[in-house]
Design a protein around this ligand. Structure first.
Ligand SMILES: [Zn+2]
Length: 151
């Protein structure tokens, strides 16, 4: 019996999303997330943050980074309500909000994420968001939700 069929018999919602697969470049990011922290690459040469993790700085091509924790404060840059799963792993997640958010640390520092704990009707471009985490398998996925305390 598949995981999905098993869940159907029990009336539970099973999380079928594929868990992240940390590699040499992203391991620091997932290890920090497991501790409830959002840590990004910060370039040793130009001091800019970047996301997602890359081999070199996307601004100056320098190869050295300091993993640096960010505040988790962000604003909503763009979003869409996903009502049909585009991957079998997300059939139990729809509808969900897919969003591009901009972190407070640096103009243009954006992350693709989901917005949790929100009524899609109440979302607005520019609204304040805060970091939260969503367990996926054994890992923690950094996500965002409307800020509880407005800045
Ligand atoms: Zn740089």
């Amino acid at each position: 019996m598949s995981q999905l069929e098993d869940a159907a018999t029990n009336g539970e919602v099973v999380d079928l999303r594929p868990p992240p697969k940390p590699d040499e470049i992203t391991r620091f990011y997932w290890e920090a997330a497991a501790e409830g922290r959002l840590v990004l690459q910060r370039c040793d040469a130009c001091s800019r943050f970047q996301y997602p993790p890359e081999l070199v700085c996307t601004y100056c091509q320098h190869e050295g980074f300091e993993p640096t924790e960010v505040s988790g404060q962000a604003t909503l840059y763009s979003f869409a309500l996903v009502e049909r799963a585009f991957h079998a792993g997300f059939v139990n997640q729809v509808p969900y909000v897919l969003a591009m958010i901009e972190l407070a640390e640096q103009p243009g520092l954006r992350m693709l994420t989901n917005i949790l704990d929100a009524d899609p009707e109440e979302l607005a471009i520019g609204m304040e968001l805060e970091l939260c985490f969503d367990a996926i398998g054994e890992q923690q996925l950094p996500q965002f939700r409307p800020a509880k305390v407005l800045r």
